[in-house]
Design a protein around this ligand. Sequence first.
Ligand SMILES: *Cc1c(COP(=O)(O)O)cnc(C)c1O
Length: 350
Amino acid sequence: MKPQELVRPEILALAAYHVAPSEGMVKLDAMENPYPLPPALRRELGEVLARVDLNRYPDPSAPKLRELLARKMAVPAGMELLLGNGSDDLIQVLSLALARPGAAVMFPAPTFVVYSMNAVFSGMRAVPVPLREDFSFDAGAFIERMRAENPALVFLAYPNNPTGVLYPEKDVLEVIRACPGLVVVDEAYHAFAGKSFMPRLPEFPNLLVLRTVSKLGLAGIRLGYLAGRPEWIAQFDKVRQVYNVNVLTHAAALFVLERLEVLEEQAALIRKDREELKKELVRLKGVQVFPSAANFFLVRVPDADRTYEALRRQGVLVRNLHPGIRNCLRITVGTPDENRILLTALREAP
Ligand SMILES: *Cc1c(COP(=O)(O)O)cnc(C)c1O
């Protein structure tokens, strides 16, 4: 018996999500915050984690953590939170819950690949709608397509990954108003964008806001949250794995989020360094830089494969999006030192 005979054909056709080996590299490929927690906090956190009862299941209702997140992230009164093992987990929950036969999920493209992956897993019909050549959002075309496809679910990454572009607020509002289904505004990069739909949740019955602590500096603990009306959250809550957020993540999140200002200061530093890096990137010959409201840049070079390899040989890891996105590399904003190493390598790249 072979996998080909039993595994669903659409799974056989998938390529596994590729994560490049990164040991010893300047790691600018995954939009991580380059700054660790301050040493004193790390020690204190170590003591907190040592007291966690690893023999016990986590409390799946996690009232303290939800209350803390709601307070720190200014979730409007009356809205509820669903926690996930990263926001990837919540994208899966949404897809599984809404995958009625023939149901469609729509998103501008290119965008975060996890949306389309979960369409395949859940059996939803994925409808990618191309962004313009410059990766700006054609709200008119999107809305017209929504009328034809009647999607149950729309994902708008705000700002978008892998382009960094922040769609105009009025375009997003038009999509929310015109959508016959749920609109999930994915704010993975909210700390770098300075814009959010969180305060507007109460205005729209079909709006959900998806967040993660990953890009803020806690990618390793895997914690995402979905904010929305209690009647929606109650349905999605049935679909998640009962113990999807583990006890160490609970404890670490409670500890660090109480001290959110530490991460917010790091995010402010990254925003400043993003502007510095942009000034240098646009001066490089043959490099086109797309506008970014996130902690990374999408750049187009004459030959992305060649530049990617040249950077890798010099110890710098970025994300090569070619050929999916022609001759484009996605580069995370690192520390000032890392950004200098990147720029030097780029200047020397063939
Ligand atoms: C990185 C990213 C996520 C994934 O976040 P996790 O919480 O780490 O799973 C979700 N959405 C977008 C747009 C992202 O870029």
